[in-house]
Design a protein around this ligand. Structure first.
Ligand SMILES: [Zn+2]
Length: 445
């Protein structure tokens, strides 16, 4: 597939690879007076605390955090945010929301998708994310035919990422049936059809693009036949690319999987497909303790999407058990009803507090002074890197030079004690409270 869209980098082209932060979050703790130097390839070359600002350094205006990965996004759904908050019948649930969402999916062109994604990616950068994993299934034209340029919709996402400067992990999605017992897609799913061959074609096209990481995704166990998943996995042997899958988001999916396979979705996934650390189980809302142990044993990660799962009435994940089992954890904004990292981390913890009637559920008392925000941030920093295929992450030499500079004047941060800044960012702000965002050594917000 040839590339038809010449993405242009519009973001600021500051070349200030030498920065100085009054405080920076390094290895799970605040450090003062930090020199941060990126090399020409956009990776951290030197990070040193307790240093005066070099004369040539750009002085950052507030505390600096590593950028988080947004590990689950359907960018096109940003066009639909806020448009499904009405109930006109006796009942409303995930499935009626999905029917309405399909209506929006059927109208988007590549040009419109690029606009929507550009708006979204600017919001994500301003919300503390520096990398986004696109779970991309809106492949074909309005009639369900391949575009003349088959990757046209993927290219729209790649162009939007380049327009804004956000890092992109593109995950083309295997999608071929409407349910466990269905042999084909529904008519209103016609734009999504993709077999293993098409997924790999898109992945190859995306991998060839500078700065784009590419993996694959399986829409769900209900939407792809086992033989097709086998065919996709067979082509990825020895390949480190991430493999994402929606799983156990809704109880109806659990019931349907039990009826089709005599096992729950995560149970069956672990038994039938032998997932490994490349795998990212998106949502995994309805998981038994035995299923959580099975995921922990295989090394796969979990991606929780707190605001979307609340918006769609999915349920509350067993976060204490996922954390105790040591499963890598990441967050995603999925349908994009919220787009800021601090708000997602807050809702990840708040759902637990509401359900369990306890406080500081995610905290690890023996680490980070028992601070919940630090425990969640560190888990999601590492888990997000794995989900995106990014490798080393954080303010360490060799990691991509990503940085989020907090707005120290923002409400909630303005009155925070210095040691409480991360806690205040997650739990006491009404806004993203981000002053600047840097990706690969370049300022993009
Ligand atoms: Zn999703």
């Amino acid at each position: 597939m040839s590339v038809k869209i010449n993405a242009r980098l519009n973001a600021s082209v500051d070349r200030a690879a030498l920065l100085w932060a009054p405080r920076a979050w390094i290895g799970g703790a605040w450090h003062d007076s930090v020199v941060l130097q990126a090399d020409a390839s956009g990776r951290w070359a030197r990070i040193e605390s307790g240093q005066p600002a070099p004369a040539a350094a750009t002085v950052l205006p507030g505390p600096a955090l590593p950028g988080l990965v947004n590990a689950h996004s359907h960018a096109f759904q940003r066009a639909f945010a806020g448009q499904a908050e009405r109930r006109t019948g006796a009942h409303d649930d995930f499935w009626s929301w999905r029917d309405r969402m399909y209506g929006v999916a059927l109208t988007l062109t590549p040009a419109r998708l690029r606009e929507v994604a550009r708006t979204l990616y600017r919001e994500l950068l301003a919300g503390g994310f520096t990398q986004v994993c696109e779970f991309h299934y809106l492949h074909h034209d309005e009639q369900g035919r391949r575009y003349a340029e088959p990757a046209a919709m993927a290219e729209a996402l790649i162009a939007a990422a380049a327009d804004t400067g956000i890092g992109l992990t593109l995950l083309p999605v295997l999608y071929e049936r409407a349910g466990f017992a269905a042999s084909a897609l529904r008519e209103d799913q016609r734009r999504f059809a993709a077999d293993a061959g098409f997924v790999l074609e898109l992945r190859e096209a995306a991998s060839a693009r500078r700065g784009v990481l590419a993996g694959v995704a399986i829409h769900s166990l209900r939407a792809a036949a086992p033989a097709s998943i086998d065919a996709l996995l067979a082509r990825l042997q020895g390949d480190a690319a991430p493999v994402h899958v929606h799983v156990a988001e809704q109880t109806a999916e659990v019931d349907d999987c039990l009826a089709a396979h005599g096992a729950r979705p995560i149970e069956w996934l672990c038994r039938r497909f032998a997932p490994d650390p490349r795998w990212q189980l998106v949502h995994a809302t309805h998981a038994t303790p035995a299923e959580i142990d099975a995921v922990a044993a295989c090394g796969a990660g979990v991606v929780i999407c707190p605001s979307t799962e609340a918006n769609l009435g999915d349920g509350v994940p067993d976060l204490p058990r996922w954390l105790a089992a040591g499963v890598p954890l990441a967050i995603g904004t999925d349908s994009h009803v919220q787009r800021a990292a601090n708000a997602e981390l807050r809702w990840l913890e708040y759902a637990q507090r509401l359900a369990l009637r306890r406080r500081n559920v995610a905290a690890e008392p023996a680490r980070y002074e028992g601070r919940t925000a630090a425990a969640l941030f560190e888990r999601c920093l590492a888990g997000g890197a794995a989900a995106a295929g990014l490798g080393a992450r954080g303010l360490v030499a060799g990691a991509r030079a990503d940085l989020v500079v907090l707005d120290a004047q923002a409400g909630g941060l303005d009155t925070a004690q210095t040691e409480d800044v991360l806690d205040a960012w997650v739990f006491a702000t009404d806004t993203p409270a981000v002053a600047q965002t840097w990706v690969a050594g370049r300022r993009v917000v």
